[in-house]
Design a protein around this ligand. Structure first.
Ligand SMILES: Cc1cc2nc3c(=O)[nH]c(=O)nc-3n(C[C@H](O)[C@H](O)[C@H](O)COP(=O)(O)OP(=O)(O)OC[C@H]3O[C@@H](n4cnc5c(N)ncnc54)[C@H](O)[C@@H]3O)c2cc1C
Length: 336
């Protein structure tokens, strides 16, 4: 395993902002990972795990060792029940290609999560979700390296503490390095059309899995900028979750304020994009950073923005939401 020095990370983050990693290693096996960690410990370097770079914002150079996760492989296992099958997939696999591979195998459940950029190993970090489905719905376990105890671990769904765009991993400051994940998928097709906008576009009473997959892909292509054309990391902020009382008070201030029902009693989720829209953020530019013309939740790099420019714009946006509506927006993107 080679450890490169002074590597430009611009091609390794979908915002396309420049940043230099002092050291950089491509991780293809458990042995690679252990060796890289030993090297970092020997040189007293901090380490940072990087997948596809589609949920990070570099605001400065990284003085440590970047571990770029590149292990590959999909293992089709037996299911616990007759109507399901387990699959173990390496962290370095591309998420969308994996979703396509499951569909080709007639294993169902992940269609609504098609076209989410990034790697499989990053999917549990924020419990990726879209169109009414999230990773936790199909998750069984993962294997990871625990940097605190210096050992390999297997963690179950409960141990991963999944929540809305959140998990144990997001709160543990990079302690766990995900190496592979195991999901249990259905052999029988049942569409999940709980998300109104998806159900509305599909319109079919009984769509096929391929139809749902294709519709999700075309909706996403229509709505979201392709990072290859315009640097971005998808939604910059999480949708805030507020108490029912707070929601009722906000509704008086903001007639027509939408909400999404969530499982936790007494709480309601509000679309952050709607709040930002009320304050006229769509399309606004600050220096070299910009809010997307059609989507107030997506910050973009039109060309030469630095991570700092994007962060300053994001801070201005969240301050305006706090001042006007008393809601503190939380970034979904990891700021590094
Ligand atoms: C256009 C666009 C649309 C998007 N749409 C969605 C969406 O609908 N739903 C959604 O949930 N997300 C969405 N995202 C965000 C992003 O795609 C996901 O968060 C994705 O899982 C990030 O994967 P990655 O490999 O790029 O992670 P990175 O950006 O490389 O890393 C993200 C975080 O995970 C950590 N990490 C990465 N790999 C590992 C590993 N193997 N072990 C431990 N830690 C690791 C990193 O250290 C970092 O903290 C979107 C992004 C873009 C650009």
């Amino acid at each position: 395993m080679e450890i490169a020095q002074s590597v430009n990370l611009q091609a390794y983050n979908t915002f396309g902002v420049p940043a230099t990693a002092a050291f950089f290693a491509s991780i293809e096996s458990k042995e690679n990972l252990e060796k890289a960690l030993q090297y970092a410990a020997g040189e007293s370097l901090p380490t940072l795990v990087l997948g596809g770079g589609s949920n990070v914002l570099f605001i400065r150079d990284y003085a440590g060792l970047v571990l770029h996760i590149n292990n590959r492989g999909i293992k089709w296992l037996e299911g616990l029940a007759e109507d399901s099958q387990r699959v173990r997939v390496a962290a370095g696999e591309n998420w969308h290609e994996f979703v396509s591979a499951c569909l080709a195998k007639e294993l169902y459940g992940l269609e609504n999560l098609a076209l989410i950029p990034g790697t499989v190993g990053a999917a549990p970090i924020q419990n990726i979700g879209a169109y009414g489905v999230e990773l936790a719905d199909f998750f069984v376990e993962l294997s990871c390296y625990d940097r605190e105890q210096n050992q390999w671990l297997s963690l179950t769904r409960e141990q991963c503490e999944f929540a809305y765009r959140d998990s144990l991993f997001k709160r543990s400051g990079g302690r766990y390095l995900v190496f592979d994940i195991t999901l249990e998928l259905d052999k029988d097709w049942k569409p999940n059309l709980s998300y109104q906008a998806l159900a509305g576009v599909i319109g079919e009473v009984d769509p096929s899995a391929q139809q749902v997959f294709d519709t999700v892909c075309s909706l996403r292509r229509e709505k979201l900028p392709d990072p290859n054309d315009l640097g971005n990391a998808g939604s910059f902020f999480k949708n805030p979750i507020v108490s029912d009382e707070k929601y009722a008070a906000l509704q008086k201030q903001l007639p027509g304020l939408p909400n999404y029902a969530i499982e936790e009693e007494g709480l309601t989720k509000i679309p952050a994009a709607w709040l930002l829209d009320q304050l006229g953020w769509k399309g606004r530019r600050r220096g070299r950073a910009q809010v997307h013309k059609h989507h107030a939740l997506i910050l973009v790099n039109p060309g030469y923005a630095l991570g700092e420019d994007i962060l300053l714009l994001a801070q201005e946006m969240s301050s305006s939401v706090l001042e006007n509506f008393g809601i503190a927006l939380e970034p979904e993107v990891q700021i590094l």
